[in-house]
Design a protein. Structure first.
Length: 281
């Protein structure tokens, strides 16, 4: 599948197709890599003390399950995600939890959960940046909340502040047809990079007391996981999933060399520059 076709896919098709398959394949590595963000959201849940949490864009359920454990046995967490395949994996994981851990999963847009709720808190770990109409989505999410329910969501800051996340595209650029430029504010990893854009979305959708706090998190993964990460994830990894072996080997050989500054012995280290987004329904 070519880069242009990937770029033209809807978010639903992407996450029920190549992106969802990639996240399933890389679940263990991604859970470990992003565990520090999961811990931040669990701390926020403990601070606010809710009983029914909505986890937006829950993926394969790691954060939903961690929150459900923190609330057990009297509270619950409902995870929602566009990707049916990732929800299926999350449900499998939930079935292995101890009695008293109440984690539920709903497939589909987290802003369209008919009959679900009301919730007294909403969370998200990198799941709020993919709505086609974010103001309308957050208005519907707010409608599923009890009055004054808190929101705690983590999203990426700018591409310039996240060189690890953009390194593959820079390295591969001379080797491939140009990728479509990432439009500011368009659905995708860096859709919430501009804090004023995020404030405008939440203000327009009826949330109040909106704050964005920069957080910089040191992330690590085993060096042995770097090539699987690069060849499965991101726009380059997904776009080249169906390329021939010679093309993939050539491109990823050059891309891997570009990541040498992030490699420290048998460990990959990088800084994740993100926002902690907080608001009240």
């Amino acid at each position: 599948m070519g880069e242009q076709n990937i770029a033209a896919m809807s978010q639903s098709d992407l996450w029920n197709g190549p992106a969802g398959q990639a996240w399933l394949h890389m679940q263990a590595l991604l859970d470990s890599l992003f565990e520090p963000f999961e811990a931040l959201l669990v701390d926020a849940v403990r601070w606010h003390g809710p009983h029914a949490v909505l986890d937006i864009g829950c993926g394969t359920g790691a954060t939903t399950l961690a929150i459900a454990r923190a609330l057990a046995p009297h509270g619950s967490c409902t995870g929602a995600d566009l990707s049916q395949m990732m929800i299926d994996r999350a449900r499998q994981r939930a079935a292995q939890e101890a009695d008293g851990v109440h984690a539920n999963f709903r497939s589909g847009d987290a802003s369209r959960l008919d009959g679900a709720g009301p919730f007294d808190m909403a969370t998200s770990r990198f799941g709020v940046m993919f709505f086609d109409d974010p103001a309308a989505a957050f208005e519907r999410i707010r409608a599923a909340m009890v009055p004054d329910a808190p929101l705690a969501a983590i999203a990426w800051r700018s591409p310039a502040e996240n060189p690890f996340m953009t390194c593959a595209e820079r390295a591969a650029a001379p080797l491939l047809p140009p990728l479509p430029p990432m439009q500011p504010g368009a659905p995708g990893q860096f859709a919430f990079a501009d804090p004023e854009h995020v404030r405008a979305i939440l203000d327009a959708s009826g949330w109040r007391d909106v704050t964005l706090s920069p957080i910089d998190i040191a992330c690590t993964m085993p060096e042995a996981g770097l090539m699987p990460y690069l060849s499965n994830l991101g726009r380059i990894g997904i776009a080249l999933q169906q390329a021939d072996a010679a093309t993939r080997d050539h491109v990823f050989g050059i891309v891997r060399a570009a990541f040498d500054p992030f490699v420290d012995g048998d460990t990959v280290r990088f800084n994740a520059a993100c926002w902690m987004i907080e608001a009240r329904a």
